[in-house]
Design a protein around this ligand. Structure first.
Ligand code: AMP
Length: 299
């Protein structure tokens, strides 16, 4: 089964202590869409300007990502610039230029409205609502967010939480949302806001999953060198939902494996700038890392 992914389709300029790379393919939907594409066909919903390089369109297509709902319009593509500190965890946003995203209001093709699996990747909650409004009874809706929306669009985000099955956020966002420093009680508060599944990303420390089957702690794949973690969270959720769609059946039965597959894809993302590493891997490489993860947590 395919996955519908809506989110940002961007050009990213990324600076680390080691190197600087301008105008890479980025955006939450690009990272999530490529990650999901290793498991299942993807329908991408997004918008880019006429400055968007053709090679990036080709790259989406090489990954079997369907682009009927990618608008290419006159104007500038969403541009985000960020800089990492030496520890490669702390990041400063240098620039967010919305460009053509300012007027984005997608109308989904009929076939897209029937997608069973929907990923509302990080983008303004109003846009996440707009896409969800057009869907016909999806089986599983998962949403991601960022601190910006908790700060400037909280009411919309809270409304969204009542409409989705699963919510993915990082640990500091969980604390910001619930005003609770204890992650476990923060997660319980988030369940009460709506989602049946709450997945908290903890960067290099993995993730915490809370579902009707209880808690699950998934490790991050251990890496000795991180080149650029931009998009790791998006790759994680993309891999996770792509895996679930590929398995079908019960979400509860496959969620743990899905999370571990998400961790494996995210680890590749961190090993190269933007999508450069992720777009060079194979499904087998992901499975090899899943095997390692299985081994290092078994006791
Ligand atoms: P992550 O590293 O998982 O936080 O995701 C980084 C990606 O988020 C980059 O590729 C950016 O293009 C994208 N991004 C940054 N700011 C925003 C925003 N305000 N809305 C949507 N996407 C964004």
């Amino acid at each position: 089964m395919s996955v519908l992914v809506v989110g940002s389709t961007a050009l990213d300029s990324i600076k680390t202590p080691q190197a600087e790379n301008p105008r890479l393919l980025g955006g939450s939907a690009s990272h999530a869409g490529v990650a999901a594409s290793f498991f299942t066909p993807v329908h991408l919903v997004g918008i880019v300007g006429d400055d968007f390089p053709k090679r990036y369109i080709n790259l989406y297509q090489r990954h079997g990502i369907h682009l009927e709902a990618l608008q290419i319009v006159p104007g500038k593509t969403f541009h985000w610039a960020g800089e990492y500190e030496v520890n490669m965890n702390n990041r400063r946003t240098l620039k967010t230029e919305l460009g053509v995203f300012e007027t984005f209001s997608p109308t989904l093709p009929k076939a897209h409205r029937e997608s069973a699996y929907v990923l509302l990747a990080n983008i303004a909650p109003s846009l996440q609502h707009h896409v969800l409004d057009q869907m016909q009874r999806p089986k599983f809706v998962i949403a991601d967010t960022m601190d910006l929306w908790l700060n400037i669009a909280l009411a919309e985000l809270l409304k969204l939480l009542r409409r989705i099955d699963a919510f993915v956020l990082n640990d500091s966002e969980a604390r910001l949302l619930t005003k609770d420093d204890n992650l476990l009680s923060a997660v319980q508060k988030i369940h009460r806001l709506g989602p049946k599944y709450v997945i908290v990303k903890k960067g290099e420390h993995g993730s915490l999953v809370s579902s009707p089957r209880g808690l699950f702690l998934a490790p991050a794949f251990p890496l000795q060198k991180v080149v650029d973690p931009t998009g790791a969270g998006d790759s994680f959720v993309g891999g996770l939902v792509g895996y679930l769609a590929s398995r079908g059946g019960s979400i509860d039965a496959h969620l743990k494996c899905a999370v571990v597959h998400g961790s494996a894809v995210a680890s590749f993302c961190c090993e190269g700038f933007g999508l450069t590493r992720t777009t060079r891997i194979t499904r087998q490489a992901i499975e090899d890392r899943v095997k390692v993860l299985r081994k290092i947590v078994r006791f």
